[in-house]
Design a binder for this molecule. Sequence first.
Ligand SMILES: Cc1ncc(COP(=O)(O)O)c(C=O)c1O
Length: 466
Amino acid sequence: MELERDTLEILPAALRTLEQGFASLPAIDAPAPGRVRMAEVMQQVAVRLRDNYPYFHPFYAGQMLKPPHPIARAAYALATWINPNNHALDGGRASSAMEKEAVAEIAAMLTWQTHLGHLSSGGTMANLEALWVAGQLHPGKMIAASTQAHYTHHRISSVLGLPFTEVPCDPRGRMDTQALAARLARGDIGCVVATLGTTGTGAIDPLPEILRLRAQHGFRLHVDAAYGGYFTLAGNLTEETRAAFEQIGQADSIVVDPHKHGLQPYGCGCVLFRDPSVGALYKHDSPYTYFTSSELHLGEISLECSRPGASAVALWATQKLLPLVRGGEFAKGLEAGREAAVSLAERLAADSRWLVPFPPELDIVVWAPRAESARLVSELSQRIFTAAANRGLHLALVRLPVSHFPSLEKPPRSIGALPLADSPGGQDTVLCLRSVLMKPEHREWVKQIMVILDAAHCDAEKEYKS
Ligand SMILES: Cc1ncc(COP(=O)(O)O)c(C=O)c1O
């Protein structure tokens, strides 16, 4: 196969146009960059970069990794000739304006006509800002997130010195709202984090019920949609999943990561606040950075200081080409990945060798080989994961509560005459296979993925028996 080359075709003309903007400057008599030596080093770089999984190929169906769109790659590269810094207007006038426009488009996708928001290095920093604001508004109160929320929430809370509590999940990996209600009754929760698209399984926390609880208890609601946010545009969600996205605009803050499903290179996260007045919390005095404008700089509404203007330029260009609208080309790409996930889950569920604990809500599928105990399932999952990789298909693994698999909850103490090493109560978790079908091309590759999975299952069984 060949790697994408459109980027190289469109870059030179754009570079000439950029250059014309600075035509009046006297030429710089810079030393020649030593092109031969640079080419040699670039060869070394290319060789080093071969040591990677093929994230850009449909046979990489493991973690959340998606290639950037060629326009994002080209726009990012072009911006590096200027290398703007979106910390302040002085550092990146054009790219700051582009960031504000691109972020406003994300806010509009989430139904907000007014907002406060900016890009960040990724989902972790974006969530940190949202929880920092929550902590300022509800000092000393707890942050609550589900057991399937990204581990970053617990860690961020500890960085911010905020107490944290975990809310159990239902058998489909979504926040259990009865458990949340019981927890809220103690009156010490200041912010609930609802995840729309959990990292492990792509589960959607039941936002409508969480909003009903907010009306009763008055907590701040943060939605971590770092992974799932763009699915608000997808036309092929189930009714239940769609209902959560319909209400996303009711949140107090939302995180969406353009570097996950927004076709952007790393690192590009985005945090948004419904009430722009939280900007006052960021107020600080800086005697040195801002001197050319009385406007609010991005650096004045963000905890990070220097940030790549190139990220904003790439995002702006991508959204110009592929607007964030339902039924548009961008939305169709998300729908294709979701179709791939539904199709893979259905094929697996129809095959008696596999267990599918629940259908995918987005484009992440989890499943496991059928076996008699959690321990055997886990062992086989690990072997199939390796066997598939040996055959060129790259999956991921996820450890799930055994309660997701009713047939495994009371594992036998022995298989035939073979005693099991499990503890008498069996294991609490089971290792499963996981596949994130993020690329639109995955839809056409499901059959081939199934062929490799079949073969990997046989390989793993043979190996286990030998
Ligand atoms: C739901 C969710 N939140 C937060 C994060 C952290 O984002 P990042 O890795 O961009 O810092 C992730 C990463 O996978 C995620 O899936």
